[in-house]
Ligand binder design. Structure first.
Ligand code: ADP
Ligand code: MG
Ligand code: ZN
Length: 500
């Protein structure tokens, strides 16, 4: 099915020649605290609709919120990891808006008093460093989830709507960059690399799963264009609904090409939110609310947050090794080339799985091979994340141990992977059930070699005459007869013994 989109798009290279790109990224990260931001309800995903709720996260009159200390701790650690200052004192604010997914018609957020501010992150794209200025990291709460019943699933044309507040009040962090200038032609890639960095950092800090496909991490991508030579910021659009790293890059490229065509035709870019469609284009959403529409005011039901400097320093001491340093250290320890490392970095989640596989006893090169080639391809085909492909690091290590012991060839090991992914159990179970082990038992091999010699008298004669390299053809015949399960080295020995 193709959707017709009526946008004129300028060629990307031409757009780059005529305009400078300015990007701004707002990233929401759901924290993995056990309880919600203001109440003791579980943050566990799923459950019967509205079963993880109480008067506070339902916003019932008279209920009083209390700040989740663990969420503040995570927020400070995130801020520190992004090089931010931590506020001495800051308040929460009410952000008014009227959608039923927010039961009290306002979201508790922070506006001009963020908990963390003025940070920066350096990301590297194609060997060039780009500085991403982080304006602020603030705390807020997630909304509930509305489902529109009847019609197309959108509110227009729906018969009625259902709302589930299980997610309402789950702690959310918002990480906002300042406008990012000077990315040249690489803007979309820089944005993608920055998001990959954030994701890795959140996991290293242990504060969030940061899975974009599950909505633990969400990005709104702002972009505007300035004609070359101009220093006046252009009008931005903000694209929402971007649920993967790839989509962030694609959505930015699309918006750049669309805005370039609008501007080149003498038009004006409308300031609006747009939606990313997985079909590869953006569509207009609502035109942008202004900050004044939210009528921010300090939340009177919550005390200000005033983290002591001692606590901040204690938390700074718990920061993990920065992702780039960790990658460099692992690359050296594992002996991988730049290219091999780049392959690993290109597959989401591969680094972690490889590290766990090596920890479970597999040699580094084997761990890399199974995850980056075989399992990544299968995850891709199945449309799932690599760590959901159906094989664990322990199982990959067990599989490799079978290969190393000579019980499996790589080819047989791939069939074992088939079995594990099909739910047939551990690698050893699959080997037993499917009868996949390499046959090195001499009587079986010897019989197969005899058959091959009889069937190929010409080749056998050559070997008798001293042309040892002809043995390859006989080994091939034996392997074929034994469905690839013969121990090739032993077959060769037997052939030479019999004909030598
Ligand atoms: P809002 O909530 O209205 O989207 P925010 O300040 O939270 O506003 O986020 C706006 C994002 O867009 C920030 O990352 C900011 O740096 C960026 N931004 C602001 N103006 C522009 C612009 N003209 N072009 C590109 N990005 C911009
Ligand atoms: Mg925004
Ligand atoms: Zn609650």
């Amino acid at each position: 099915m193709s959707v017709y989109v009526n946008d004129d798009l300028m060629d990307y290279d031409e757009a780059m020649a005529r305009f400078d790109v300015v990007i701004g990224l707002e990233v929401h990260v759901e924290l993995n605290t056990a309880s919600k931001m203001w109440c003791g309800c579980t943050t566990e995903f799923g459950g019967e609709p509205n079963s993880h709720t109480c008067p506070i996260c339902l916003g019932l009159p008279g209920s009083l919120p209390v700040v989740n200390a663990k969420a503040i701790e995570s927020a400070i650690r995130i801020g520190l990891s992004l090089g931010c200052e931590i506020a001495q004192w800051c308040r929460f604010a009410r952000k008014n808006y009227f959608y039923p997914d927010m039961p009290r018609d306002y979201q508790v957020s922070q506006s001009d008093e963020p908990l963390c501010f003025d940070g920066e992150v350096t990301v590297e794209v194609d060997g060039e460093e780009h500085l991403i200025p982080v304006e602020r990291v603030h705390m807020e709460e997630d909304a509930g989830k509305t489902t529109h019943i009847g019609g197309s699933g959108r509110i227009h044309g729906a018969g009625y709507s259902l709302v589930d507040y299980n997610r309402s009040g789950v702690p959310l962090m918002e990480i906002v960059t300042r406008p990012i200038y000077g990315t040249g032609t690489k803007g979309p890639e820089v944005a993608r690399t920055y998001l990959a960095y954030l994701r890795e950092m959140m996991r290293a800090l242990g504060v969030s799963e940061a899975r974009m496909e599950r909505g633990n991490m969400r990005c709104d991508a702002n972009v505007s264009l300035m004609p070359k030579g101009s220093t006046e910021l252009g009008t931005r659009t903000e694209t929402k609904n971007v649920n993967s790293l790839k989509s962030v890059e694609a959505a930015l490229r699309y918006e750049i090409r669309r805005q370039a065509a609008v501007l080149a035709a003498g038009g004006r870019v409308r300031q609006e939110t747009r939606m990313w469609n997985e079909g590869g284009f953006t569509t207009a959403g609502r035109s942008k609310e202004h900050a004044e529409d939210y009528r921010y005011f300090p939340e009177p039901d919550l005390v200000p947050v005033a983290p002591s400097r001692e606590w901040v320093e204690e938390l700074r001491a718990t920061l993990p090794e920065p992702p780039a340093a960790r990658r460099a250290r692992l690359q050296a320890a594992w002996g991988f080339t730049e290219l091999e490392m780049r392959d690993i970095n290109g597959v989401e989640g591969a680094l972690e799985l490889i590290a766990e596989t090596i920890e479970a006893g597999a040699p580094a090169s084997a761990a890399r091979k199974w995850w980056v080639s075989d399992l990544a391809r299968r995850a891709n085909e199945a449309g799932v994340a690599l760590d959901e492909v159906g094989m664990s690091p322990g199982q990959v290590a067990a599989l490799q141990a079978l290969v190393d012991s000579g019980a499996l060839t790589d080819k047989l090991a791939r069939q074992v992977i088939d079995g594990v992914l099909a739910g047939e159990g551990e690698p050893a179970d699959v080997v037993a059930a499917r009868g996949l082990a390499v046959v090195s038992d001499d009587s079986a091999l010897s019989a197969a070699v005899d058959v091959a010699i009889e069937a190929n008298p010409g080749i056998a004669q050559k070997i008798r005459d001293g042309k040892v390299q002809a043995a390859g053809a006989l080994i091939g015949a034996v392997m074929k007869a034994m469905a690839g399960q013969a121990d090739a080295a032993r077959v060769r020995e037997l052939i030479l013994e019999k004909l030598g």
